[in-house]
Design a protein around this ligand. Sequence first.
Ligand SMILES: Cc1ncc(COP(=O)(O)O)c(C=O)c1O
Length: 395
Amino acid sequence: MRNLNTQMDLIRQSATVAMADRILALKASGHKIIGLQVGDPDFGTHPAIAEAAFKAMQEGHTHYGPSTGTLELRKAIAAKLQRDEGVSYDPASEILVTHGGIHAYYTAMQAILNPGDDVLVPDPSWATHSNMAVMLRGNVIRIPAPADAERGFVPHFDSWLKALTPHTKVIVLNYPSNPTGAFPSREYLQKLQDFAKEHNLWIVSDEVYGSLYYEGKPTCAADFEGAKERTILVNSLSKSYAMTGWRVGFLAAPARVIQNALKAGQNSITCVAPFIQKAATFALTDPKIQEVTAEMRAAYSRRRNLVIRLAHELESEKVKVIPPQGAFYFFLDLRALNKSSVEMCEKILEEEGVGLVPGSAFGEQGEGFIRMTIAASEEDVEAGFRKIVKWAEGQ
Ligand SMILES: Cc1ncc(COP(=O)(O)O)c(C=O)c1O
């Protein structure tokens, strides 16, 4: 029999998906599970967005559309970037509409990466950041971003310098981070931009959680003088507008990157469904929808405060809580128990009925941690967190 693509042997099955499968099986056999494992808002997409899609379907936006995305949507994206991040992009040449943030990242990496290029990815980070680079035959170098009271899961700056080789091509950032919720200061990003400039590196910045922040606002990676020419922004409507299933996102980058990324988009998806692009345009531009997204952010903030309050009340030595600055996850530190993350998640699921994701799924630095989402009801977040602490204290 002919060989398969051996590069795929280097990719581990997604721990989040594996966990979701186990939870589904447990639920099917009648178990009550508190699901704090998913990275999907518990809010529904606002009905007016669905109506905009339905109307567009009825009006006949059901054929192929431009692979770049419609100009109407690219204009709405450019306006959003200007409004929320203070960065200007030309809708005609510097924006590409993609099939969610994951596809934006795919097209970005296709646009810039050659086999054997070094890709610097913080550890811990969302697995796709390194998996995609591996699939494209890049050489992934993990930059430790350990838990640190001062920096809170942002790499020590020297770690970037140490990793540099003549093959280094790209720095991958994701702030606020999945799984830690951390983001660095503006000064730190300025230093990183200077470093990228000096060594002629790309910065690919995944900002899908960019509008979900609680303490200060994260700085957009392109919001520095001269940064646009070496920065590629990955974003989507998934998390901020509760539109994960709609699969719509975008890339903002220099025109020559967009031209390459367009080839990757054209030859992988042709285009994002035009009626979905209509709905996305509506979501980005309708004032009422912006209010609704602000309300969702306020709800995440309440849940975040709830966990911080519970942590103070329960005073667990076993479960340490590092408050996230953004996104909708807590990366709970259970290293005091000296057990593997996978074992802990399995036990908590079996013994307490709480679904979580092992920290090791995000890299070596995540070992001993578990990721708990707050994209769930306040009742579930409270009950789930109490159960985690109860389980840990019983060890
Ligand atoms: C850091 C990060 N980037 C990108 C994505 C994917 O976003 P999308 O659903 O828009 O493809 C996720 C999803 O969990 C994520 O956590």
